[in-house]
Design a protein around this ligand. Structure first.
Ligand SMILES: Nc1ncnc2c1ncn2[C@@H]1O[C@H](COP(=O)(O)OP(=O)(O)OP(=O)(O)O)[C@@H](O)[C@H]1O
Length: 562
């Protein structure tokens, strides 16, 4: 069955009204919280059938490019194309002010070049420092949608009939944890219909002018991941927000292991031209499958030379998103600093973009990509065991700013912003077979007996280790943290393991643990062997080489806000 026949496009204009999902949860200034009960029961057969009838779950691999029909797309394309020109509604040209009623208070509002500014006033019109649940600033960057509604009025709220409403959905940060996002609905009332409509137009134009906002996404849901909540998370959290943001989407429910990888790897040039990203609603395993599918697609295109040039270019700009619905969700946690599905969805909806390091791990016969950790030895084996191995590594170059050695990766990370610009160019990441690691003068080799060997690429944060397995790893610094746990007593090993949830793996804490920053490693077991576990997948061969590729893929994230 052709791929496009199974897809249904939605925009906030013609969809099933995302407000239907949201209004039961929201009052003025309220937020959708992550722990909300699903508004649609994930297990209800009719609900699921209905939702997937609407959203289209394909049983076949794509064989034709995605089609665009909606008028929303063309208006977005227009906004996109003219994002740098000044439309008559462009608020960057002027600062406009007006008075609205919000939460039964008079609020003076300004449209500034960067966003909405609000100041609540007391009856005597003196600016009031109290916030009354009204934000002082709403940057356009963080507006999900802005619409006009007419209210019938309410005597209880002292609102007369025929009041006009500007309804704004935007990002709201938790006071305790800035990276924990939810959604705020702000209703701004006025008697002046023209004014409200003008403001809606201005804010919508400013919001749509962000070229990084996704317009069309491929969403892949694993119904069997984690606690089997992926379908419900998609239907009750992600889908209504994508609809509010006017994002078109095609959704697939996986039917087997490897399905997500195939879907991504078989995307055609026409699909890639339409898509802005592919989003996993599931666990780390699902995300890794999609990452490997995307990189296999890029590798094929790069190896095809001129014929694959366009495919390689479009695939390189595709962003990956992770809406956590698995059992660990280290990818989403590392990207956003929280496991919240709502936060992850909002980062996608507002079009955040960050780069992610990827490690290519080669054995004699195959290779795969990973963005979290590859580990050998105890993590899965009997703790009493230790393994002889020869470990060669290429030390990472020294940092220009040594004070950043122990910097925690965040949304304004100086290390990650230094990603090289030639990421799209053919690199060893896309070779059929990686060049064999030939230890030269720069390589160092150690031989020993190890309880475990770990190659950590990104911080690998999770509920169990909120700072991360490797707290000083970064999303895109082009480094692997090589952790060598030498043979030690069971008690010493237990101490090391117990320290991971508290502090992560840090240098100098245990004399039997070495942590080295490298860009490539080569490990050759000698004698009894354990097994490599690469981001949750077991590898059948144990002599491996691995190399990190800085910022090889783009993701929907901005790093952890602190
Ligand atoms: N329909 C399916 N039936 C069986 N297995 C599937 C299906 N869809 C995906 N899978 C496989 O299930 C594996 C695990 O899924 P996923 O990562 O979503 O959840 P998880 O393992 O519980 O979460 P985490 O990886 O965060 O611990 C994936 O690697 C994928 O290969």
């Amino acid at each position: 069955m052709p791929y496009h026949s199974n897809k249904t496009k939605h925009s906030h204009k013609n969809s099933l009204a995302p407000e239907d999902f949201l209004q039961l949860r929201l009052t003025d200034g309220d937020t959708i919280e992550d722990d909300q009960q699903p508004l649609m029961s994930p297990n209800s057969r009719s609900t699921r059938k209905e939702a997937f009838r609407r959203t289209g779950s394909s049983k076949d691999l794509p064989d034709e490019p995605l089609q665009h029909h909606s008028t929303e797309t063309s208006s977005y394309a227009h906004a996109h194309a003219h994002s740098h020109s000044h439309s008559p509604l462009d608020p960057s040209q002027t600062t406009v002010e007006a008075v609205f009623k919000i939460r039964r208070r008079r609020v003076k509002a300004w449209l500034t070049p960067t966003g909405l500014k609000l100041v609540a006033r007391t009856i005597s019109c003196i600016p009031c420092k109290q916030r009354f649940g009204i934000p002082h600033r709403v940057p356009y960057e963080e507006v999900i949608s802005c619409s006009y509604q007419q209210s019938g009025g309410s005597t209880a709220l002292c609102i007369p009939a025929r009041v006009h409403m500007l309804v704004l959905h935007c990002v709201r940060r938790s006071r305790r944890k800035a990276c924990h996002w939810s959604m705020r609905r702000l209703r701004m009332y006025s008697h002046d219909e023209a004014l409200v409509k003008d403001w809606v137009q201005r804010i919508s134009a400013a919001t749509k002018a962000f070229a990084s906002r996704p317009r069309n996404l491929l969403v892949i849901v694993n119904p069997w991941g984690g606690a089997k909540r992926a379908v419900s998370i998609w239907q009750t959290i992600a889908l209504p927000i994508f609809q509010l943001a006017g994002i078109e989407y095609t959704v697939h429910e996986t039917e087997r292991a490897g399905h997500a990888r195939d879907l991504v790897e078989n995307l055609k040039l026409g699909d890639l031209q339409q898509l802005d990203g592919v989003v996993a609603v599931g666990g780390d395993g699902l995300f890794q499958e999609m990452l490997n599918g995307l990189l296999a697609l890029r590798a094929k295109a790069v190896r095809a030379g001129d014929d694959g040039e366009a495919t390689a270019a479009f695939a390189a700009r595709l962003r990956l998103g992770h809406i956590p619905a698995g059992s660990t969700d280290a990818v989403a946690f590392s990207l956003n600093g929280t496991r919240s599905e709502l936060s992850a969805t909002l980062h996608i909806a507002i079009g955040d973009r960050a780069q992610l390091d990827v490690m290519r791990l080669d054995t004699a016969t195959t290779h795969r990509f990973a963005c979290c950790v590859a580990s050998y030895g105890y993590m899965g084996d009997l703790m009493a065991q230790a393994y002889n191995a020869s470990v060669s590594y290429l030390p990472a170059p020294g940092l220009a700013r040594p004070e950043l050695v122990e910097a925690i990766c965040s949304s304004h990370c100086d290390l990650c912003h230094a990603v090289s610009a030639d990421r799209g160019a053919p690199s060893t990441a896309f070779m059929d077979k990686a060049p064999e690691a030939r230890p030269d003068g720069r390589w160092k080799t150690v031989m020993g007996r190890y309880k475990s060997i770990m190659a950590v690429v990104t911080p690998c944060r999770s509920d169990r280790s909120t700072l991360g397995l490797s707290p000083f790893s970064h999303l895109a610094d082009g480094r692997i943290h090589l952790v060598l746990v030498k043979d030690c007593s069971v008690l010493q090993y237990l101490k090391f393991m117990a320290s991971i949830p508290v502090q992560g793996v840090i240098k100098g804490k245990f004399q039997y643990v070495d942590i080295i920053e490298v860009t490539a490693i080569s490990v050759k077991p000698d004698g009894a062997e354990s097994c490599w576990n690469v981001d949750g997948e077991l590898v059948s061969e144990n002599a491996i080489t691995a190399q990190v590729h800085q910022g090889l893929v783009d993701v929907f994230a901005r790093g952890v806000e602190r």
